[in-house]
Design a binder for this molecule. Structure first.
Ligand SMILES: *Cc1c(COP(=O)(O)O)cnc(C)c1O
Length: 393
């Protein structure tokens, strides 16, 4: 079959954009109130609404997810070493460095691509203060095993839940696991406030301390009691968040249909696999990521990435390079390829395909046919998804 190049590039994602009229209504409110930031009415309303949506007890909004995660480390008094994954966005290990904490990289699970809990304990030293897990692509970490290990060794648990907005395990919000979870509200995330983020926690006592840390440590007119930072989300961003929250279900439904189509069409392609979450998990719909087996597909992930680009289909190799490969972390003893064999192999297989609410189903059909046409292997009609019952026990 002959494929035409898409006239306009199909990007891996596009931000959700609400109707401008809706935005104007809330801007009108803000102009009347004349409160632009510092925890105004929209900010308070959004915090409450997000507690419900995420099913968490407490929540603090932030100007972005990275500052939020930096503050999470401070709020829990972390120091020394923190065990984390090399298969993530740069922000995850960087927040440790900004807290003078040494990241210790742990290899990942070959199916979930999250931190491999069977390898955590051997990395614990007297310096270890916490485990920082990442729910990569919204797939939950093995939260129960992480909890068990943390309890046994007296460690704190933080989750980078930037990809996991709305994820639930047996009806329980993903943000209720561990001591603190960070969600990012960056424009490319499923739910966004242009830039923004939050910390979620079950221990409501954390709120006043976290809110102090994000507002310069100002306790009241007369007292500044600690060296805080400016982590505040403004009223205009909070308003965008309130509007986007109203449209969240539509956006999730559209993405669910696109993912369903991807999975149906790609199930027959030899050498292409993807995660199927068990039914007790509510997925995030943040990304649709395939894994390309060069041997079975007949083409490497990198070649597929370039080939798709020729047709104007822009995919992403999230998360290449591994954090352990960055110049600033390469020297760490935990960063060597021998210690991270699974991460170093998985990172050459993953490819995020276009996924956003306004993407047309017809375009997904074409992208799948295109991928199908590129394989040198005959198609087999079996389900190629790696069933992910290992996610949780
Ligand atoms: C987006 C993202 C962040 C950073 O969030 P910002 O809000 O952009 O600071 C952190 N970790 C992961 C895994 C992310 O994808």
């Amino acid at each position: 079959m002959n494929f035409k190049k898409f006239q306009e590039p199909i990007y891996v994602t596009r931000p959700f954009l609400p109707n401008l009229e809706e935005v104007n209504v809330l801007l009108q409110d803000i102009w009347e109130e004349q409160i632009l930031t510092n925890g105004g009415p929209k900010h308070q309303e959004l915090e409450k609404a997000l507690c419900d949506t995420l099913k968490v007890q407490g929540l603090s909004l932030f100007n972005n997810g990275t500052i939020a995660l930096i503050i999470a480390c401070q709020a829990l008094g972390l120091k020394g070493e923190v065990i984390t994954t090399p298969f993530t966005f740069p922000a995850t290990p960087h927040v440790l460095t900004w807290n003078n904490i040494k990241p210790v990289f742990c290899d990942i699970d070959p199916l979930t691509m999250n931190i491999d809990t069977s390898k955590i304990e051997s990395l614990i030293t007297p310096e270890t203060s916490a485990i920082l897990g990442v729910h990569v692509y919204g797939t939950p970490c093995n939260v129960f095993e992480i909890e068990r290990i943390a309890k046994k060794h007296g460690l704190k648990v933080i989750y980078d839940a930037a990809h996991a907005f709305g994820v639930e395990i047996d009806g329980r919000g993903i943000g209720t696991f561990g001591d603190i979870s960070m969600f990012s509200f960056h424009a490319t995330k499923l739910f966004h406030t242009v830039e923004g983020g939050c910390l979620a926690y079950n221990n409501r006592d954390l709120k006043s301390y976290i809110d102090l840390l994000k507002n310069f440590g100002i306790k009241n007119e007369d007292e500044v009691i600690l060296p805080g930072i400016n982590g505040k989300l403004n009223e205009i961003q909070a308003a965008i968040g309130l509007i986007n929250l109203k449209h969240l279900e539509e956006e999730r439904k559209r993405r669910a249909a696109l993912i369903h189509l991807y999975k149906t069409r790609l199930a027959e392609v030899e050498g292409v696999s993807f995660i199927d979450l068990p039914s007790n998990i509510v997925p995030s719909y943040q990304y649709f990521v395939i894994r390309v087996s060069e041997k079975n597909f007949g083409m490497s992930r990198d070649e597929l990435h370039l080939k798709l680009k020729e047709y104007n289909v822009i995919t992403r190799k999230y998360f290449k390079p591994l954090c352990s490969d960055y110049q600033c972390y390469q020297h760490l003893p935990s960063a060597t390829q021998e210690r991270l064999p699974v991460a170093y192999s998985v990172v050459n297989e993953v490819l995020a395909l276009p996924l956003y609410g306004t993407l047309a189903l017809e375009d997904v059909e074409i992208i799948c046919e295109l991928i199908h046409s590129l394989t040198t292997r005959p198609s087999v009609h079996s389900n190629k998804s790696c069933s992910n019952s290992k996610v949780l026990k």
